[in-house]
Design a protein around this ligand. Structure first.
Ligand SMILES: Nc1nc2c(c(=O)[nH]1)N[C@H]1C(S)=C(S)[C@@H](COP(=O)(O)O)O[C@H]1N2
Ligand SMILES: [Mo]
Length: 247
């Protein structure tokens, strides 16, 4: 799918970052978000709950009632096991043929304990369920219920390091995208394996997708394959979008 350039909220983030002692890289238009060490130093109490309470710009996205759930179309990639599509993935096809029993999510890079998590392991962490509105850049919205584990829980389980600044996501249909740690530790940022009370379906990103409720729809990556924590910004190439697209 072709993505169009939209205006970033650069000014807004820059202001927010100033309070975190973050830098604007000279000669680079992009503001540098805080690393995990910056976030840790913001409080005396290094617990996840404390980070969350202290982080700026962490207002919650609106959550809806069960009766407000709408139908939701699946867009972009709708089945990476479809051999007729250019995004076909042989490894995804193999995992799907086995009901995702062998699926694992590696969490690598700047973590003390690089780990590959099975779906059952991910489901064993405390889950969060939220009914939120998805806003696609192509002009439609939909309300659905999502269940999964907070991304922050996983990052702390893997031992995210103080130098870490970016969380990069790779998907089976070949996408690469990143978020900063303010979004990564936002309480509504979850890795979802459930939708509307059922296992996440193939069109909606099975077995695991990101839900990033404060940014535009395409940032909620489906078909997660791998997570890499980095200090450097990993350029996803020309996807026609800035890395930050808040709503
Ligand atoms: N891996 C992957 N993630 C993706 C996409 C995709 O094509 N591939 N499409 C994005 C877009 S543009 C939107 S609007 C949402 C759509 O989610 P849905 O198909 O569950 O409605 O997923 C996003 N995440
Ligand atoms: Mo979208």
């Amino acid at each position: 799918m072709k993505k169009k350039q939209i205006i970033t909220r650069r000014a807004a983030i820059t202001t927010g970052m100033a309070s975190l002692g973050a830098l604007i890289i000279p000669g680079c238009k992009q503001p540098l978000p805080p690393n995990y060490g910056n976030i840790l130093r913001m409080g005396d109490n290094f617990t996840y709950a404390a980070h969350r309470a202290l982080l700026p710009g962490q207002s919650l996205a609106k959550e809806y009632r069960f009766s407000e759930i709408s139908s939701m179309p699946a867009t972009g990639t709708i089945n990476p096991a479809d051999t007729s599509k250019e995004y076909f993935s042989e490894s995804y096809e193999r995992l799907l043929s086995n009901g995702f029993d062998n699926w694992q999510l590696p969490v690598e890079g700047l973590v003390a304990r690089p780990t590959s998590y099975s779906l059952n392991q991910l489901k064993s962490f405390a889950a969060r369920t939220q009914i939120t509105r998805h806003t696609c850049e192509e002009g439609w919205t939909a309300i659905a219920e999502w269940t999964g584990l907070p991304l922050g829980t996983l990052l702390e389980h893997a031992g995210i390091m103080p130098k870490a600044r970016w969380v990069n996501f790779y998907s089976y249909d070949g996408w690469l995208d990143c978020i900063d740690l303010l979004d990564a530790f936002h309480p509504q940022t979850i890795l979802a394996y459930g939708m509307n009370g059922k296992n996440l379906s193939i069109p909606h990103g099975a077995p695991l997708r990101l839900r990033l409720e404060k940014q535009i729809g395409f940032k909620s990556m489906k078909y997660l394959e791998r997570i890499v924590i980095s200090e450097e910004y990993i350029d996803p190439g020309d996807i026609g979008w800035a890395w930050y697209n808040g709503i």
